[in-house]
Design a protein around this ligand. Structure first.
Ligand SMILES: C[S@@+](CC[C@H](N)C(=O)[O-])C[C@H]1O[C@@H](n2cnc3c(N)ncnc32)[C@H](O)[C@@H]1O
Length: 285
């Protein structure tokens, strides 16, 4: 059942109006800015919009639509609010442990490794992957294409600067992911920031790519897209699965987020499990 965006008790009529306003907002954003959020999962979109309404001091979704269409800075805030950028280095460390154990031995057989990390947020996952590949002696022959819909987060990702107070958590994650070095070797502390070692950037290309509307742009040995499709409805998830299947070479590896799966999708028979619990699969047809 739809929950009123502004938390007050809404009549069925008000709920229907609110649902209509939401559809109109997403349609307007698509037509005016070309960003298509129409097939994002409604529950999470509603949560995001409710948060934006309160941050903007607005009461109605129509009010938000008017502001987003007429005020460029409101549009920036809207894009930032809708594209959830929560991430962490070595997030879900057991995924990276499984990647080291199950995917790395396969990657050793390739002369050159092309990786697409889709939905890279501020680059936390791309830098984690660079560290892992460096430790496994594979980084020199790897190229990581790290993409995101959001140009503002990509600009930050290229900087490779993170708040220093996150480093303790990232160190724990790194160690739990099978990391053998001292994590502090990978960054320099500068006041309240940690600057990642520049060498880690050398084989990462950050660029904009929208999973909703953009197509395949290369053939990859590995695709990681974690905690992104969770925000999409089923039809959009299917589209992205097809895009990934098309973009992955035979026996290529794909890694998804903990709440995502290749099972029970139209593409499930094209992938076999490398580590089902960690959502690591390999394309087999
Ligand atoms: C929750 S973060 C996940 C970051 C990282 N993959 C992780 O697991 O920690 C979701 C990211 O997906 C991006 N995103 C959302 N919609 C997208 C789309 N249509 N195309 C590409 N990236 C998208 C957001 O901008 C955000 O950076």
């Amino acid at each position: 059942m739809a929950v009123p965006l502004n938390k007050r008790r809404a009549s069925k009529d008000e709920e229907a109006v609110e649902a209509l306003e939401l559809e109109l907002l997403l349609e307007a954003v698509y037509r005016h800015y070309g960003y298509d959020f129409r097939n994002y999962a409604r529950t999470s979109i509603r949560r995001r919009i409710a948060k934006l309404l309160s941050e903007e001091g607005l009461v109605t979704v129509s009010g938000l639509q008017e502001r987003v269409l007429h005020d460029a800075s409101a549009w920036d805030r809207f894009l930032q609010g809708i594209s959830v950028s929560v991430s962490a280095m070595f997030r879900d460390p057991h995924f990276f442990l499984a990647f080291r154990r199950r995917a790395v031995p396969l990657l050793r057989t390739y002369p050159f490794i092309r990786i697409w990390q889709a939905g890279c947020s501020l680059g936390e996952e791309a830098y984690s992957l660079a560290i892992l590949l460096e430790e496994e002696g594979l980084y020199d022959r790897s190229l990581i294409y790290a993409t995101d819909i959001n140009e503002a987060t990509l600009r930050q990702a290229r900087e490779a600067i993170f708040p220093a107070d996150l480093m303790q958590k990232y160190t724990q994650n790194y160690l739990a992911s099978g990391g053998q070095q001292s994590f502090s070797e990978y960054y320099t502390a500068r006041y309240e920031y940690a600057v990642m070692r520049p060498a880690l950037k050398r084989d990462i290309v950050f660029s904009q790519h929208n999973l909703v509307s953009d197509g395949a742009f290369n053939e990859f040995n590995v695709i990681l897209c974690r905690n992104v499709m969770i925000y999409f409805d089923r039809s959009l998830q299917n589209r992205v699965h097809e895009l990934f299947h098309e973009s992955l070479e035979m026996f290529g590896v794909i890694g998804l987020g903990h709440k995502e799966s290749m099972r029970f999708t139209p593409f499930e028979d094209r992938f076999e499990d490398l580590d089902a619990a960690e959502r690591l699969y390999r394309k087999v047809r």
